[in-house]
Design a binder for this molecule. Structure first.
Ligand SMILES: Nc1ncnc2c1ncn2[C@@H]1O[C@H](COP(=O)(O)OP(=O)(O)OP(=O)(O)O)[C@@H](O)[C@H]1O
Length: 611
């Protein structure tokens, strides 16, 4: 029997979930962390408490009237008292209804206000985390925390506490009345309470384990759905649907098992509690009937007593069950706390300076950098200087560290050794927003988001005028094709620019960088993925964009590189050559070799020979 019960209540916590479980946090700590979010809504706690006080009193009044009906109307078969009982009873029911409405609206308002703040805060926090966090974490899981787990915190802190309060007050009121009516019967009824508590404690613990597993599996499901659906073209092209489905299925089954474990725990808990409840009720009924026979109790008195006992077990039941929902909610709270405890790897120093618009003097001074959690150096001892208006080209094989340079320039990461400077000041002593305001980027992976063409261009300069947007589009050679789109600048482009060609997306990205008008420009493989004609087509707008700006261009395309003031050749994170195109050709080293290869492959490959 015990063996069966144990199996029934077991929760399979497995280690194969895609997402790891968040560290456990004590309930007191959960309260401490989230209590500040109730600020601004705390004065509304007063009416909520008041409603909790009045509610049980009205309930008790209704029950008392029932006793009067039995003893003064039914037993003597006299209709007269009903003339005053009926309106009072109706009045009580109406008052209960109004109170229920007010209680519902107020507590929802308090709870939703709390959630409003917490959700925005969690989102703000996540947005402020460094790129490193997103490169390590599964986006789907983060999304499921921001959208799903946040709600559970409200249960933990507000609805849970409000319910607990309501139950406690109800207990007080009903117990008071019961003792007043029959103290000995009440004591008998209370004998079962410790049994209630013991059972509830045991089941709460089991429920928490099941909920933790369920939330974790939920996060894994979102992670897999996000990863596979956002790469649906890749999945379908490689016929990997089956594999993705199996991955999804595994997590789905994990969640199903956890949900079933929860259901079993609830299912066993319910009847056990009922058995305890009924035993108490029967014992009271036995003694009560004996007292009725002895004339120590009226029939109305006994009926009211039994009704009150029913009402008493409700809050006891609720209070003990609350432990279960508390623990369920705390499993979600742990996942939010883990998210909130993440610190951005690049933090702004309190003494960070404003610089306004920089001249655009960029310097890497003995920079060494390792990605967090890795042991090899992505960059070591990298030094170069780009004066305002100059162009520096970074070339090198794939994985040489070129994109890492641009990540450090944007201060997505801080170097482990040396310094990156803008206008002679270490980026670490500048305001983060200023550093990024002074840089415009055109990346390898074109960042076009779901919205109109106009919104996509204006993203570079919030509040840009129509004239500025069109001017930027013209300079980026985008105006013409935008005009031809069905709704011109109002045309919606799909997420990641799915409805535009690669070259068109890239020209929008150039327009966006153009409108930003920043002194420093980062071009990371701007012609990658484009065919020869499209690649050539964006060279003119790119040149216009680069004019007068300090530019760091990362490119496999030696056509882009040729005009650079200086070319830096990277290999395994180190600078192996540095100079102008002619210098490097004359030196007949790595660059010259790459150049020869580039010339050999000709225009068909768009000059991409370095990867
Ligand atoms: N987020 C990351 N975490 C750990 N290692 C990384 C990360 N990003 C890049 N690396 C490693 O750092 C090194 C340099 O990468 P980087 O992206 O800068 O190369 P790259 O020259 O831009 O390559 P490509 O031309 O292919 O874009 C590589 O060995 C790469 O594996």
């Amino acid at each position: 029997m015990t063996h069966v019960l144990r199996r029934l209540l077991s929760v399979a916590e497995t280690s194969d979930a895609v997402v790891a479980a968040a560290p456990a946090v004590a309930p007191r700590e959960v309260f401490r962390r989230f209590w500040p979010y109730t600020r601004g809504g705390r004065r509304w706690f007063v009416p909520v408490v008041l409603f909790s006080l009045i509610g049980p009193a009205l309930d008790a009044g209704e029950i008392w009237l029932f006793k009067v009906v039995v003893d003064d109307v039914l037993v003597p078969r006299d209709l007269h008292p009903l003339l005053w009982i009926a309106p009072v009873f109706l009045g009580l029911v109406v008052a209960s209804g109004v109170l229920g409405f007010a209680d519902d609206v107020t507590s929802t308002w308090v709870g939703e206000r709390f959630l409003l703040k917490l959700r925005s805060d969690v989102f703000r926090h996540v947005q402020g985390l460094s790129l490193g966090f997103f490169e390590r974490r599964r986006l789907g899981d983060v999304l499921s925390r921001v959208t799903g787990d946040v709600d559970a915190v409200e249960t933990f802190l507000l609805s849970g506490v409000a319910d607990a309060l309501y139950y406690l007050i109800s207990l007080g009121v009903f117990l008071g009345l019961l003792f007043y009516l029959q103290w000995d019967l009440t004591l008998l009824a209370l004998v079962v309470v410790p049994l209630f508590w013991g059972t509830a404690r045991h089941f709460s613990r089991l429920a928490k384990t099941a909920s933790r597993e369920r939330r974790r599996r939920g996060g894994s499901i979102s992670a897999i759905a996000e990863e596979s659906l956002s790469n649906v073209a890749l999945v379908q092209a490689y016929n990997r649907q089956g594999w993705e489905e199996r991955r999804f299925e595994r997590e789905n089954i994990g969640r199903f098992r956890a949900a079933m474990a929860s259901a079993r725990i609830r299912g066993v808990y319910g009847p056990i509690v009922e058995i305890i409840e009924v035993s108490g009720g029967l014992a009271v009924m036995g003694l009560g009937t004996w007292k009725l026979a002895q004339g120590q109790l009226t029939l109305g008195g006994l009926l009211v007593f039994l009704a009150l006992i029913g009402k008493l077990y409700g809050p006891v039941h609720g209070l003990s069950g609350l432990g279960t929902s508390f623990y369920t909610a705390s499993a979600s709270a742990e996942r939010i706390i883990e998210l909130l405890d993440q610190r951005p790897q690049v933090a702004e120093s309190p003494a960070a300076r404003r610089i306004g618009r920089a001249r655009g003097d960029v310097e890497f001074d003995g920079v060494g950098f390792r990605y967090p959690g890795t042991s090899s150096w992505a960059l070591s001892d990298v030094s170069f200087h780009v004066a305002p208006g100059e162009t520096l080209a970074l070339v090198g094989a794939s994985g040489a560290g070129k994109s890492t340079v641009s990540k450090l320039q944007l201060r997505f990461y801080d170097p482990d050794r040396g310094a990156v400077r803008l206008d002679g000041t270490d980026l670490r002593s500048l305001r983060l927003s200023d550093v990024r305001e002074n840089v415009a980027v055109v990346l390898q992976e074109t960042l076009v988001f779901h919205g109109s063409v106009r919104d996509n261009i204006a993203y570079g300069l919030p509040g840009a005028t129509e004239g500025e947007i069109v001017a930027a589009a013209r300079a980026a050679d985008a105006h013409e094709f935008v005009e031809r789109l069905p709704e011109g600048y109002d045309t919606l482009v799909g997420q990641r620019g799915r409805t535009l060609s690669g070259g068109q997306c890239q020209r929008l990205a150039i327009a966006r960088a153009m409108i930003r008008d920043a002194p420093v420009l980062l071009l990371d493989e701007p012609t990658t993925g484009l065919d020869v004609r499209s690649g050539r087509r964006i060279m003119d707008p790119l040149r216009r964009l680069m004019a007068g700006r300090t530019t760091i261009v990362i490119s496999h395309n030696l056509l882009t590189v040729r005009d650079a003031t200086r070319i830096v050749v990277l290999d395994h994170g180190r600078i192996v050559e540095q100079g102008t195109h002619d210098d490097l050709l004359a030196r007949d080293g790595t660059y010259a070799r790459l150049h020869r290869l580039n010339a050999m492959t000709g225009p068909t490959s768009n000059g991409k020979v370095l990867s």
